[in-house]
Write a protein that binds this ligand. Sequence first.
Ligand SMILES: *Cc1c(COP(=O)(O)O)cnc(C)c1O
Length: 392
Amino acid sequence: MTGFLPYGRQTIEDDDVAAVAAALRGDFLTTGPKVEEYEGAFARATGAAHAVACNSGTAALHLAALAAGLGPGDAAVVPAATFLATANAVRMTGAEVVFADVDPDTGLMTAETLAAALARAPRDHTARAALPVHLNGQVCDMAALAAVARAKGVALIEDACHALGVEGIGATPHAQSACFSTHPVKAIATAEGGVVTTADADLAARMRSLRSHGMVREPDAFTDRARAFEDGEANPWWYEMPEVGWNYRLPDVLCALGVSQLAKLDRFHRRRVEIARRYDALLAPLFPRLRPVPHGNHPHGWHIYAVLVEFAALGTTRARFMAALRAEGVGTQVHYIPVHLQPYYRKRYGDLRLPGAEAYYARCLSIPLFPAMTDEDVRHVADSLARLVGSA
Ligand SMILES: *Cc1c(COP(=O)(O)O)cnc(C)c1O
């Protein structure tokens, strides 16, 4: 046993530390050569045509939402079972959020719940985008979602913050873009960090400009030609700002960490799959009082291993259950409080009933899963759960 087991944590090794130290001693701390190197490596690792690095998953979602043209007068669909940032990124553009319900057992938005949400979109707004979330690392049925989205003229932006490492995620055959986070609990860590991938070169260029104040430096794009080309050539200092942007850049130092971590993505992912298989086998006897979120052996990022627990039937509450596990050195978490229940969104959109999201939320619990867990750690978690479920 490696002491207290959190539900997730980063794996930082000596060569990661060396990569950061080398970047710190280099000429660039922020925009430097590691940015392009990281973006190239990320595109190769995910099968994407373009990868745009930025300084959080939230920034990635915001850039993707802006690039989709979201703004005041528009609406975008977000599943209720997600982290705050998926919905907040829509609000940051001025567009309104339409919360979709999710499957009560997987927590995923489906073609049906997407269609139902689109039917509820405010009539005086243009439904322009939907943001499916690959919750826990499960992959949404993108082909089915895309069929609904296409029929309604809606772009898909994947919130793939849980799904880095799943074959094909990031290549976006069914979506306009996919957003990733490299927060320490995610598949790889750059402290804070995010990436948007897209197949559209113009969209990637626009997001690169939006992540750096809205500035463009390509002479072809200059419009104030008299000031830009005083000598017939573009002035070397010249830049233009056609639209307002942000400072969402990921520093060179952290891109160096990203390059080092990305090289380990396959190894980390393989270990996550192994741990999940062990949990599947060890927890099977606890059915039906406790069962893993059904995954049917579909591709899975295994960012989170979530179980569904019938707390009331066990005569307990989730808080007491979590406290008992904590006493055994087992950290757990709830992913997530349905976003439509947050005071900000209730004030804006009223009291929505989304029974699938509420049923998922009532039962879900995330148990420890990270690459450095040993097989004994996994058995300790499973034994603790068995004792609690058997004795509660
Ligand atoms: C982590 C996460 C985000 C936000 O990522 P940050 O890097 O923390 O800003 C967004 N959506 C989901 C589903 C996430 O798990």
